[in-house]
Design a protein around this ligand. Structure first.
Ligand code: KG4
Ligand code: ZN
Length: 403
């Protein structure tokens, strides 16, 4: 397989990258959309989808030019097919499929979580590589789970969050403290000024067996503490103590859950190398990194945290995961046939729908007494425009009823 173009658009990062057949990065580009979403305190799916649409064509052209690869020379084009925000996924996979059709190359739909899981195997990323199986802790704004990566397409989920993701908790608490969005990095900066022991916030799931996570109770406790100070902004020192105490609680929970995951991993794979890979935006947090390093050392695991640009959403991981997963590949010919078939089906469905709608409209227009269901659906003006007459005096019914 030749070079691969990868496209990521599942949330609020628009990204494109070209990797050669061995996985070396030839070109990459990423554009965050923080400015567009910040006024709303979170990602607005419609804004994200439109931003992907505005950014992707030029970004793809730029990375292809930088990589010096012609579209027809690509071995395939990959797009994040899910999970993610549906508008962004449609835009990204639409662009990827369009390129595949035009250039006559395969299209590959990539699972976003699989891409995160396989990132650690990018050539030259981790010293000594990341041989299968290894343990992955994925902690981002949308996901929080512990997974055994046993091979390509072989993932065993040991546990995950039962409510919020870790990054989501950071974002929500940052919002409570008036830190804006995205909240994680701002909260970490503020926490550096505070006392992590000032508040004994709950550590949900701590000490329980298994590898599930929970953060909503912690978030509620923080909200209660913040509300004790009345309306208006919190004094900076107070907010800093809350931020530091919250961050410590999250770190303790993650370390405890990771410890259970490591114990389970060792039990299932006693002969495997002990490697814990941490990925996702929250992996950039230093206090959490320290807590996880301590837990890893206690269990004899090597801790590996890819650099932030590969930990957070990016297109390098999409292009990297694509040739490794053949099950979602679609050749240009079968893609063209698929498009033809679905277009035909759309026309068929469209014409049946048009006939049905036309029939209904005709029935409503020409019927002297529209069916009750249509009366309910139509605006008053249409259904009641012509007053019905009573048999006796020819007086409008509504006048009679008013008496
Ligand atoms: O992986 P990512 O870029 O996107 C997905 O959610 O998939 O992760 C973003 C999340 C956000 O919730 C953000 O607040 C959090 O990672 N985050 C952090 C830090 N940097 C980013 N959380 C805590 N500390 C940080 N330094
Ligand atoms: Zn992600």
């Amino acid at each position: 397989m030749g070079p691969v173009l990868g496209i990521e658009s599942s949330c609020d990062d628009t990204a494109a990258a070209v990797l050669d057949a061995d996985g070396n990065v030839l070109a990459e580009s990423i554009a965050g959309q923080e400015g567009a979403h910040a006024p709303y305190g979170g990602v607005v799916p419609e804004i994200a989808a439109r931003a992907h649409l505005a950014l992707l064509p030029d970004m793809v052209r730029a990375v292809m030019a930088h990589a010096g690869v012609a579209f027809t020379a690509l071995g395939g084009v990959a797009g994040t097919a899910g999970p993610g925000l549906i508008g962004g996924l449609i835009v990204g996979t639409g662009v990827a499929k369009g390129i595949a059709l035009a250039a006559g190359i395969p299209y590959i739909g990539v699972n976003h979580l699989e891409a995160h899981a396989l990132t650690a195997r990018l050539p030259g990323l981790l010293e000594g590589g990341a041989p299968f199986p290894y343990l992955l802790l994925l902690v981002s704004g949308g996901h929080c789970q512990a997974v055994v990566v046993a091979g390509v397409g072989r993932y065993h989920r040991l546990g995950g969050t039962v409510d919020d993701a870790a990054g989501e908790a950071f974002d929500k608490v940052a919002k409570l403290l008036g830190l804006g969005w995205p909240g994680g990095p701002a909260l970490e900066r503020l926490a550096a000024e505070g006392d992590p022991k000032r508040h004994a916030f709950p550590r949900p799931m701590l000490g329980r067996p298994g590898c599930d996570f929970s953060f909503s109770g912690l978030k509620t406790a923080v909200a209660r503490e913040a509300s004790r100070h009345g309306p208006g902004g919190l004094p900076r020192a107070v907010a800093a103590d809350i931020a530091a105490s919250f961050q410590r609680a999250v770190a303790d929970v993650l370390a405890d859950r990771a410890a259970n995951a490591m114990a389970l991993f060792t039990e299932r794979f006693p002969d495997a190398a002990r490697l814990l890979v941490v990925s996702g935006g929250v992996a950039a947090n230093r206090a959490i990194g320290v807590a996880l390093a301590r837990a890893a050392a206690a269990h004899g695991f090597r801790l590996a945290v890819p650099p932030p640009r590969l930990c957070t959403d990016n297109a390098v991981m999409i292009a990297w995961a694509a040739p490794r997963n053949r099950s979602t590949r679609c050749s240009a010919r079968s893609l063209a046939a698929l498009v033809e078939r679905s277009t035909a089906r759309c026309f068929q469905a469209g014409s049946s729908l048009a006939m049905l709608t036309g029939g209904i409209l005709l029935a409503v227009t020409y019927s002297r007494r529209p069916f009750p269901i249509f009366r309910m659906m139509l605006p008053k003006r249409i259904t009641r425009g012509r007053p019905r007459r009573t048999r006796q005096a020819g007086r409008p019914l509504n006048t009679a009823s008013r008496r």
